[in-house]
Design a protein around this ligand. Structure first.
Ligand code: GLU
Length: 313
């Protein structure tokens, strides 16, 4: 396990995975957010970024899709940058909830216990923590700048997605105010909620996500831009959070079958971090019952297996 990797091996694995799963028609687009229901369900892309900065790609890796919950990772990194690991643990937590991404019950059960910035409640809390507290314009700028540094290029807000989500995010509104009830939100709830909704509506490409995953895998220096983004001690913290809850209540099954910490989003993106080795992302809109892209999961598992990689050795 965990063989040294050559570029040629990675190219071969990515191409094979693309060919193998391109025709798969399982799953269906998320429909609880109207914009996502209408995305072309045939889109499919895979990208792997190496510590050298080389990016191996197959398929629709330049198509901009809704980052959705994958953005929780980026803003958790921002909170870690601004507050440090101990404060983030104290103010949000780093535990798996074992419940769906938008669970209200998890907040009731864990109101005085740790949660994690990688479920909706913790992600909205993370948005509330972003400095400068109380200033929506500068907070939004900090969120976008942070994602830009991680990806090595800027994401773009998909206005239609933002509108679609804002019009239908009733569950998340409840979460924001329930957090307020338990003193687990650190700015005005509606402001934090709006930032969360906007960050989920950012358009990114599979290539950008692979580069941001590689930035985590490379200890906080972006391998493409070569720019320092965050202190290296943040990498194991955020990777452990991804490993604990990246697939929500199905994370154990995912880690067991794939061997790579990865974060999903209902927009069809999955981003995986293989520490010291590579960042990987795959994108395909049709999702399974649990809200995870069918083809992206298959492709990443296939590549991990083919390359004989596993974080657990
Ligand atoms: N914006 C979505 C929500 O909060 C993201 C969900 C996801 O990607 O898991 O409902």
């Amino acid at each position: 396990m965990n063989k040294e990797l050559s570029l040629a091996q990675i190219k071969e694995a990515v191409d094979e995975a693309y060919k193998e799963f391109k025709g798969n028609t399982d799953g269906k687009n998320a429909d609880y957010i109207p914009y996502l229901a209408n995305i072309d369900s045939h889109l499919f892309g895979i990208a792997v970024c190496l510590p050298s900065g080389e990016v191996v790609e197959a398929g629709d890796t330049d198509y901009r899709f809704g980052i959705e919950s994958v953005s929780k990772v980026h803003t958790a990194i921002l909170a870690l940058r601004q507050y440090g690991a101990d404060k983030v643990l104290e103010m949000i937590g780093a535990d798996a909830t074992g419940l769906p991404f938008n669970s209200i019950i998890a907040i009731l059960l864990e109101n005085d216990h740790p949660s994690t910035p990688l479920v909706n409640a913790g992600a909205i809390a993370a948005c509330s923590m972003v400095q400068p507290v109380g200033d929506p314009v500068l907070k939004w700028k900090a969120i976008v700048d942070n994602i830009t540094e991680l990806c090595g290029s800027a994401p773009q807000l998909i206005d239609e997605l933002y509108k679609s989500e804002s019009d239908t995010n009733f569950n998340n509104r409840s979460i924001a105010w329930l957090l307020k009830n338990f003193n687990r939100i650190y700015d005005e709830p509606n402001l934090a909620l709006d930032l969360y909704t906007r960050q989920c509506s950012l358009g990114v490409t599979a290539k950008q996500l692979a580069i941001s995953a590689a930035t985590i895998a490379c200890g906080g220096t972006n391998p493409v831009t070569k720019k320092y983004v965050f202190p290296s001690e943040i990498s194991p913290r955020i990777t452990s959070m991804i490993a604990a809850v990246g697939f929500y209540e199905h994370t154990g099954d995912w880690m067991y079958t794939s061997g790579i910490p990865a974060k999903t989003g209902v927009g069809g993106g999955v981003m995986g971090v293989m520490p010291g080795k590579f960042g990987i992302a795959a994108f395909a809109p049709p999702i399974d019952e649990a809200g995870n892209s069918v083809k992206a999961q298959l492709a990443i598992k296939f590549i991990m297996n083919k390359l004989q990689q596993n974080i657990f050795g």
